[in-house]
Write a protein that binds this ligand. Structure first.
Ligand SMILES: *Cc1c(COP(=O)(O)O)cnc(C)c1O
Length: 372
């Protein structure tokens, strides 16, 4: 036996997470100019970052010899104010993925279980399996979460249910009433993680009043992120809102300085920049129309999406999907293959700037012609 054979089987069997291909990597591989490559693969904000946030982060660079404020006092105060929760209900994370990981480390152990949907965000099985807990994947309904079936899938060992709404990579949304019914019925000794990474991209009419439910349900954890609409994916800041007792446990297993000083000030400034959020939202709505119109003209089937991305189906056999993916790469357009999500016929594209969406659609048309 060598050292690595002693790593637990549940660690060795984890499938590595496949991130979107970085621009620099593709440019290097194909000898392309980086400026020519467009990355529509990781649901990043095509407008970049709030200028207010950029300024405050540049200022904060002068103090990076110092450890960050490990309690995140100011950011928590601002979030508390914004969302009407006590600072004791907030858990800051190195991205919201960190918050998901903290929840798993607090409530899961070998023999325990977590429930999530088929085609749901890849981090749920990841954080479950690295604890040695069992992941229970519930078949999706029309690519969306089947909440009644997820409720039925809960076993006495289940400690967490992960719900992504909107879900990545399908873009599906669970209705507010359906979510509320789920909360009413689920046992109070199961933590329900409502992952709302794309909440700010929802039209007002579709935004569930989930924050209000925190008062009623002590087993609810809502996660949000600064990576998407706020354009801070690179500095890694997310947060969870939950019952103070749950937050207290999560904060005990949190690395003391899990959010960087740059991330803390960037998030604080981004939170105040309503204009940037509004502009990002509007661009996304317009881009979503542009892409869905384009798909319809090309006869491409897509899954209607509530996020800043959309998944579409490549016709014919599954082997066509990597062909189209590679073809787009050759033309400097990076999208995301969804094989690891059990969607081998689909590719996911992030809504970009108008010109990027246009180039993507033109490249896709050529790629599809190539297949015929
Ligand atoms: C992008 C995303 C996140 C956020 O990840 P960060 O760690 O905050 O960058 C969380 N959940 C879902 C479903 C996502 O798509």
């Amino acid at each position: 036996m060598n050292l690595c054979d002693f790593a637990p089987e549940y660690i060795r069997s984890i499938q590595p997470y496949q991130p979107g291909k970085p621009i620099s990597e593709l440019a290097r591989e194909l000898g392309l100019d980086e400026a020519y490559v467009i990355k529509l693969a990781s649901n990043e904000n095509p407008l970049g970052t709030s200028p207010l946030a950029v300024d405050s982060m540049i200022n904060a660079l002068h103090d990076i010899a110092l450890y960050p404020d490990g309690s995140g006092y100011e950011l928590k105060a601002a979030l508390s104010n914004r969302y009407g929760v006590a600072p004791e209900q907030i858990v800051l994370g190195n991205g919201s993925n960190d918050v998901l990981d903290l929840a798993a480390r607090v409530f899961l152990k070998p023999g325990a279980a977590a429930v999530y949907s088929q085609h749901a965000f890849a981090v749920y099985p990841l954080v479950t399996k690295m604890i040695g807990a069992n992941g229970i994947s519930v078949p999706a309904r029309d690519y969306g979460h089947d909440l009644p079936a997820m409720l039925d899938a809960i076993t006495p060992e289940t400690r967490i249910v992960f719900i992504a709404s909107p879900n990545n990579p399908t873009g599906t949304l669970s209705g507010e009433n359906e979510l509320f019914r789920f909360m009413e019925r689920v046992s109070r000794d199961v933590l329900v993680v409502m992952d709302e990474a794309y909440y700010e991209y929802l039209p007002e009419a579709n935004k569930p009043d989930s924050l209000k439910w925190l008062k009623q349900f002590s087993n609810l954890l809502i996660t949000r992120t600064f990576s998407k609409v706020y354009g801070l994916a690179g500095v890694r800041v997310g947060f969870g809102l939950t019952h103070p007792d749950v937050a207290n446990l999560m904060n005990r297993v949190r690395q003391p300085f899990n959010v960087s000083s740059i991330g803390l000030v960037g998030a604080l400034a981004a939170l105040q920049d309503a204009e940037f959020v509004q502009r990002s939202y509007a661009l996304n709505r317009a881009g979503m129309m542009q892409l869905t119109d384009g798909f319809r003209k090309l006869g491409v089937e897509y899954i209607p999406s509530y996020g800043n991305f959309i998944s579409f189906r490549v016709k014919g056999e599954a082997a066509n999907t990597p062909v189209v993916y590679q073809w787009l790469l050759q033309r400097g357009v990076i999208v995301r293959p969804l094989g690891i999500y059990e969607m081998p016929h689909h590719l996911r594209v992030t809504i970009g700037l108008e010109s990027q969406n246009k180039r993507f659609l033109e490249s896709l048309e050529l790629a599809l012609n190539e297949l015929n």
